[in-house]
Design a protein around this ligand. Structure first.
Ligand code: IPE
Ligand code: IPE
Ligand code: MG
Length: 240
């Protein structure tokens, strides 16, 4: 059972930069891939807890556009793990009403992985309890640029008359998804690493030294408790 007694207000959307798998493995003299493997267990636990708490949106940063620059062997293993994850977790997604949505350039992936991603999104598309976004080959700058390009084209042919924030957001990969309330980054780095640059404008940041493979339900609840104590002002002043 999750003890959430102290949490007065849960976020609607949690985004997580799942960092530190490599360091976790290095600390144990294991190959980096072992860290990714145990990190997958953390993914399962965090998804399950999110669902249990009725938080409707979870976005996980799993692979950045820049991560393609890693050694071929590590990239290959990460792709294999992604395929295993999709196959293994589909029953859980169906059972728990979890809809999978991918943010990023799916086209960068090998055809087989693309098919598997598409298939999982199709099969889960009617699920309504939790929207699980996984950012894959994701770059926030790329997302913003493709939105700007699409808008410029539509504007030129007269399909849109006005460009404002509301219109712009419709061209982002996160269309229809509320901005994250809470961003968690594991492993202590104080940076955003090209994640959701537009959407994080007023998100609460929570950075923990815990490495991703060690980030389990208890650590997550701690982050949610901290979030519930934050005073969000959105540029305004506090009411008397
Ligand atoms: C996060 O862990 C997983 C991915 C970026 C794919 P890292 O692999 O970045 O682990 P560290 O940061 O090297 O410890
Ligand atoms: C961010 O982690 C990307 C993911 C967690 C998928 P990185 O390990 O790639 O980020 P940097 O290199 O430390 O900024
Ligand atoms: Mg890292």
């Amino acid at each position: 059972m999750v003890d959430t007694g102290e949490i007065k207000n849960l976020p609607v959307h949690v985004a997580i930069i799942m960092d530190g798998n490599g360091r976790w493995a290095r600390q144990r003299n294991l190959p980096r891939v072992e860290g990714h493997l145990v990190g997958m267990e953390s993914v399962r636990e965090i998804v399950t807890t999110t669902r249990k708490l009725h938080i409707p949106y979870l976005t996980l940063y799993a692979f950045s556009k820049e991560n393609w620059k890693r050694p071929k062997e590590e990239v290959k293993r990460l792709l294999e793990l992604l395929e295993i994850y999709l196959e293994k977790e589909l029953p859980l997604m169906m059972e728990k009403g979890i809809r999978l949505n991918i943010l990023g350039d799916i086209k960068d992936f090998p055809k087989r992985v693309q098919r598997r991603l598409q298939e999982t999104m199709d099969k889960t598309k009617k699920n309504r309890e939790l929207c699980l976004n996984i950012a894959l080959s994701y770059s926030a700058r790329k997302e913003i640029l493709q939105a700007a390009t699409a808008i410029a084209e539509e504007y030129k042919r007269g399909a849109i008359k006005r460009i404002n924030e509301r219109v712009f957001e419709k061209y982002l990969w996160t269309k229809g998804i509320p901005d994250p309330d809470l961003l968690i980054r594991t492993s202590g780095e104080m940076r955003i690493s090209n994640f959701l640059l537009w959407q994080l404008a007023y998100t609460e940041l929570y950075i923990t030294d815990t490495l991703w493979p060690d980030f389990r339900e208890e650590a997550y609840i701690e982050a949610l408790k901290e979030y519930s104590r934050r005073d969000r002002r959105f540029g305004s002043i506090k009411e008397a």
